[in-house]
Design a protein around this ligand. Structure first.
Ligand code: XBP
Ligand code: MG
Length: 231
């Protein structure tokens, strides 16, 4: 069991969402594929291809990277990509409401421990805000804004992870300097984003991020259940 350092100066935990709170990427992948089919496109993202595509964060950015590197043909307009992504987001919300996704091991316990220790809770995610609301409702049966004091989402910042923007936004909303917070992530892009914002980060990789380079991490753990907040 690893004790996460909660010095008296630690005031907040900042969680990533996809891959950290829950293994959501398969649902994202299915939603992308369903949106492509509905639009009459013959694109299909296998899990092997998705592992590579995930290195581009953000759904619209990922679609553009796919067209550039794999699909070829004339690039669709920004408006077409925006509509395609909006349909993917709607389908993801429906799948989340119908599915039975669970939080990753240890996450619910960390939230409880953090609250008991008087820490504040934040989210810093690349995904869209509506996807955050759908996940928290499906797993904790509560509104995300009731569970987390601050939510910073990908559709609110100019540059997505690995840029530090979304972590900087979370810090600004928390009103805290980076050294009073600790980030929890599953991916190299997320780790780099937190690190570039000056925030120490603990990583627990998942199926899509295992084997990535996590060198600037404070620690890498197999599961968040291995983590205990300690004085
Ligand atoms: C996850 C992402 C997101 C999701 C898809 O990053 O990169 O793009 O895969 O969501 P994080 P959208 O783990 O930092 O949340 O389609 O809404 O972008
Ligand atoms: Mg993630």
């Amino acid at each position: 069991m690893m004790q996460a350092p909660i010095s008296s100066s630690l005031s907040a935990l900042i969680f990533d969402v996809d891959g950290t709170l829950a293994e959501t990427e398969e649902m994202h992948r299915h939603a992308f594929n369903a949106a492509f089919r509905a639009a009459g496109l013959d694109w299909h993202w296998t899990s092997g291809l998705y592992r590579e595509l995930l290195t581009t964060t953000g759904g619209k950015e990922r679609i553009r990277a796919y067209i550039r590197d794999h699909a070829g043909g004339p690039a669709p307009s920004n408006e077409r990509i925006t509509l395609l992504h909006a349909d993917k987001t709607r389908r993801y919300g429906d799948m989340m409401a119908r599915g039975n996704i669970a939080l990753r091991a240890g996450i619910a316990d960390l939230i409880t421990q953090a609250r008991a220790a008087g820490l504040r809770l934040a989210l810093a995610t690349t995904t869209s805000r509506s996807n955050v609301d759908a996940l928290i409702l499906a797993t904790l049966r509560q509104r995300a804004a009731h569970v987390f004091d601050v939510i910073a989402a990908g559709d609110e910042v100019a540059r997505k992870k690995p840029a530090p923007d979304v972590y900087n936004l979370a810090l600004e909303r928390l009103g805290l300097p980076p050294d009073r917070t600790l980030a929890l992530e599953d991916s190299r892009n997320g780790l780099l984003s937190a690190h570039r914002a000056g925030i120490a980060c603990i990583v627990s990789p998942g199926p899509y991020t295992a084997g990535q380079d996590f060198s600037p991490a404070r620690a890498v753990v197999d599961t968040f259940a291995d983590l205990r907040l300690s004085d």
